[in-house]
Write a protein that binds this ligand. Structure first.
Ligand code: DAH
Length: 357
């Protein structure tokens, strides 16, 4: 048979059939299969293209144009059917899941804010940054040596009884290590002094853990710790810095320093300030103030001059340097600052309480 006639016959057959074949495809894969039968690697039109080589040279041009025109028609029909299938699928979807336009919209989520503990932490950092202190962080899972030993708690010293400690299993790579959840943030003193040389002025805030729970204690609580080391630092600097701290956080009020004992300071003291609930009068609502037990003062910090033993343990020459340290829980300052009557409210996550800050 004449190759031109053969080509004509196959083109005519393709032209007559593709529209119906595409229209019959019920979904996209079927449509693509029908398309491949014509324009795929073994498709009819692809085969016809290959046959063109056999045509006499003068017939090739017109044949080529016919093949191309047909190819464009097929592609256009294919695209159109593809679009129609997508629209049909979308219409079916919309009909299946009707919108109820009368339903109220979703209200934007109420805006959150920082927890009172975080607010006080930021306030504390602001005050100490203003006084030239740097902010540092220490690990919550700590070696006994850094939580107690280097701070001058001798092994089995009764001072450790004040810290009801959570012990942690040592890691496999150090089976003899004594590991605990830090009972105070004073470990930051040790870590900072071991890695940096004086002058140092550092403050830190973070979670601590003690195995007790009652009206005024939770097993997890927060402390702040600060210390300053330099030449010729005296108790007068301690008093000046801590008085400024109290006044900047709470406004002007009385501050009182009482002698006390902590193993890592000598001399040590406790710092009290005028009670915020009764404004230092000791009387609230005609009765003795319950927050300060009628004394007009509440304890706010432990502090003291850093013990020479701590310096020695941390590689700092106690003949050359002196310094002071201070620490406190931060739940209590938060309660005093915001007038929160019960410590446990901080951890109950009751939005009615939290929304008041
Ligand atoms: N670490 C002490 C505690 O948990 C608080 C404290 C007292 C820290 C005196 C100090 C300090 O740095 O000098 O009770």
């Amino acid at each position: 048979m004449d190759p031109t006639a053969t080509l004509d016959a196959s083109l005519a057959e393709i032209e007559a059939g593709f529209g119906a074949a595409f229209a019959a495809a019920a979904d996209e894969p079927a449509l693509r299969a029908a398309h491949a039968k014509i324009l795929g690697r073994n498709g009819a039109l692809t085969a016809a293209l290959k046959e063109m080589g056999k045509l006499p040279a003068d017939a090739r041009k017109t044949a080529g144009q016919r093949v191309n025109t047909l190819k464009q028609k097929v592609e256009a029909a294919f695209e159109e059917c593809l679009g129609a299938l997508a629209r049909a699928a979308r219409d079916a979807d919309l009909r299946a899941t009707p919108f109820d336009l009368s339903l109220p919209g979703r209200a934007p989520a109420p805006r959150g804010h920082l927890h009172p503990i975080s607010l006080v932490r930021e306030d504390i950092f602001e005050v100490f940054k203003g006084l030239g202190f740097a902010v540092a962080h220490g690990p919550q899972v700590e070696l006994e040596e850094y939580n107690f030993g280097k701070l001058g708690f001798p092994p089995d010293h009764p001072a450790m009884d004040m810290h009801d400690t959570f012990w942690v299993s040592p890691p496999p790579r150090a089976p003899n290590a004594k590991v605990l959840l830090r009972t105070h943030t004073s470990n930051v003193q040790v870590r900072e002094m071991l890695t940096n040389k004086p002058p140092l002025a550092v403050v830190s805030v973070g979670p601590c853990y003690r195995c007790d729970e009652d009206m005024t204690h939770t097993p997890m609580f927060h402390q702040m710790e600060g210390f300053l080391v330099d030449q010729n630092v005296t108790l007068a600097h301690l008093k000046g810095v801590l008085t400024a701290f109290v006044e900047r956080l709470f406004g002007k009020r009385k501050v009182r320093f009482r002698p006390s004992y902590f193993p890592f300071v000598e001399p040590g003291c406790e710092v009290d300030m005028g009670c915020t609930f009764c404004d230092g009068t000791g009387v609230a609502g005609g009765a003795p103030c319950r927050q300060c037990k009628g004394t007009g003062f509440v304890e706010i910090l432990g502090a003291g001059m850093i013990h020479p033993v701590v310096f020695e343990h941390c590689g700092i020459d106690p003949e050359k340097y002196t310094g002071f340290a201070f620490g406190t829980g931060i739940e209590r300052p938060a309660m005093l600052k915001y007038g929160i009557p019960d410590l446990r409210m901080m951890f109950e996550n009751d939005v009615r309480f939290l929304a008041q800050f």
